[in-house]
Write a protein that binds this ligand. Sequence first.
Ligand SMILES: *[C@@H]1O[C@H](CO)[C@@H](O)[C@H](O)[C@H]1NC(C)=O
Ligand SMILES: *[C@@H]1O[C@H](CO)[C@@H](O)[C@H](O)[C@H]1NC(C)=O
Length: 462
Amino acid sequence: MGWKFAVIVLLLAVVMGYVFSLILTPTLKTETPDAGDGWWAPGAPQSSGSKLEQDTSLRKFTVNVSNDLLADLNLRIRNARLIEPLDNSAFEYGFNAGYMRHLQQYWLENYSWRDAEKRLNQFDQFLTNIEGIDVHFLHVKPKLKPGQKAKPLIIVHGWPGSVYEFYKILPMLTDPTSHGGSSDDFFEVICPSIPGFGFSEAPHKQGFTAAAAARILNKLMLRLGFKQYYAQAGDVGTAITVNMAIMYPDNVKGLHNNDLAQVSLKSFVYPMVASVWPSFFLPKEEERNALLPLGERISFVIAELGYMYVFGTQPDSLSMALNDSPMGLASLILEKYSSWTNRNWKKLEDGGLTQAYSMDDLLTNVMIYWINGNVASSVRLFKEEFGASAKGYPTMYASHVPFGYACFPYEFIGTTDWLMKVFHPRILHFSYFTTGGHFPAFQVPALLAQDIRDFARKVEAL
Ligand SMILES: *[C@@H]1O[C@H](CO)[C@@H](O)[C@H](O)[C@H]1NC(C)=O
Ligand SMILES: *[C@@H]1O[C@H](CO)[C@@H](O)[C@H](O)[C@H]1NC(C)=O
């Protein structure tokens, strides 16, 4: 009777394995969802007949803040009511209050916004009105010799980032031959401020989701004459560009991300099973490093996402304080640049901030939120994504465009190519890095630039 029992056990194991994999792998829709349309200006849309009246011109834009705004900011920094740090604490309780005094002094005495403006204005910038609101973007063109071609690319920042994160990587992408690339690697780059962020106008109506941002950014690329383009992003930008790939598979030629917007049950259950015998279930060391230790990774994610629960539910309440206090705003934003760059930096008194970035660069990113007064409109995106108005494209639909992924070790959620394949069946490229976190364009631009080039070459070779 022994062999019969063995056959039954084997059959049961096969059936259970099959059921298990069905449960763990979501069934994603494969059709292209309807992208809909939107109007985000205040009041009712002005229409003539059935067509919305829209100014589609491109207007040149220069960053130039008034002296009054800077004088008011100076007073607020000077008069800030700071708090006392706990004895022997670093960044475990959030931004260290002792280090904040140092930042305050630097901001007052050493930081020059007018110098930052000069840096910000080194690339051509434009505004154009889409769905009733002004969208800001940088347009950086390569200098091509006859016979050379550039690939159009849109790169999208996240929260609490801005277009400024890309200032170091932009020349690497548009002038590759001076930065370790070849003449096959030219990109013509569009770098927008997400509506509600940076120098873009904020949507005035409820319901502005990542899918709405995706529709606006695709309209921007079409308006500029790019019918086929590459897209690259991390953080919130990932959610937006994945939506673009799902909604506009004919326009997005290739999608490259350095952060994920989608996790399946498999992303949790597989590492859990693998924890029992890591070297058997995850034979590649890189995969073990990306997914394990699971407990430590999950508790870090839970500990870091508090902001998302606050902004995903009552974004305006806390935003009123942040929009009123430059030190408060800097504290929230720069805390993320510490722990999301390296989770071990919570133990450092200065959060490790200047190990990865210059104080000037960090403050310029904070300044972009301050001068535009749009922290509230940026974080409302979390509320809209959690709310009923989000159509949930990334969790319901698979994207069918060629896909590449750069996995940095200090990203919150590690992943592997086979986990990403669930959502991106046409995954062509996957790289593991040994350094870098959640802001690779800002922290390790050369690594990210090379990965984008490698990915685009694979897409071009298809
Ligand atoms: C900024 O605006 C001021 C006042 O309107 C003007 O004098 C100055 O030239 C402008 N600077 C730039 C860089 O456009
Ligand atoms: C800030 O500027 C002062 C002089 O104005 C200088 O002594 C100090 O070293 C500077 N601090 C930093 C961190 O650069």
